[in-house]
Design a protein around this ligand. Sequence first.
Ligand SMILES: C[S@@+](CC[C@H](N)C(=O)[O-])C[C@H]1O[C@@H](n2cnc3c(N)ncnc32)[C@H](O)[C@@H]1O
Length: 258
Amino acid sequence: MKSSDKQWEKYGSKDPYFGVLSSDKYRFNNLDNDAYLDFFKSGNDDLKIIISNIQKYLDASFEPRQSLDFGCGVGRILIPLAKNSLHVVGLDISESMLAEAQRNCELNHLQNIELIKSDDEFSGVAGRKFNFIHSFIVFQHISPKRGEKILQNMLDHLESHGVGVLHFTYYREATPMEKVKEWVNRYLPLVHNLRNLFKGKEFDYPLMQMHQYDLNRLFFILQKRNIHKIYIEMSNHGGYMGVILYFQMIGLTHSPRK
Ligand SMILES: C[S@@+](CC[C@H](N)C(=O)[O-])C[C@H]1O[C@@H](n2cnc3c(N)ncnc32)[C@H](O)[C@@H]1O
């Protein structure tokens, strides 16, 4: 098991909602009913914007039917997506996150959701195609070398005219001091663990890995798969600069403009 996968399992079992959205109100000990409702409202709002952008910039008649949410967490976006799709699959590396997602699906009386433990080969959905593939704030936690392979495998599951909406971070805007702190936390785990104690957290409270992707390489992967048009929305989560790539798999065998 990769180190980031172990950390996600810890987040899933210790603090799943905070692992998804790092705001104090979503910490295990603070999560009251209002915070819980607010958490899922954010997923609902995100999905509305996503569908509206797809229809505005890619395909006016697009509706998600068979949907895949990669790194679904506790179901923040998966659950509203299920209410707008015939069938959805939620993939996640953490079994505890999936167990919490299962509880949330049951609370919502949803029966069109399949939750599957993810692997990089997508073996849980082997041979299946989707007309909508989505992933938000997930690739940023996966090393780019591994994430690029995951992206390539994921594209095998997008049907012709299917739409992908994928989020990647590409740049960290940080002061030299913040960069040093990140380096120390990542490469000197004991220091990170001692800082946990100092902050009143458990000694082994997991560190969230953050990575930046090379956009040239991502565009190359997409273009090689006959994706010729991308709508991009920029994101900035506390200095982690990112892009949400919206694209449609059009089955052209040549580039529209050479
Ligand atoms: C920050 S949460 C985002 C959850 C969800 N996408 C959302 O927006 O609410 C990141 C999720 O990605 C999952 N994850 C991390 N690495 C993964 C991997 N290699 N494969 C699948 N899921 C992964 C984590 O377990 C976690 O549930």
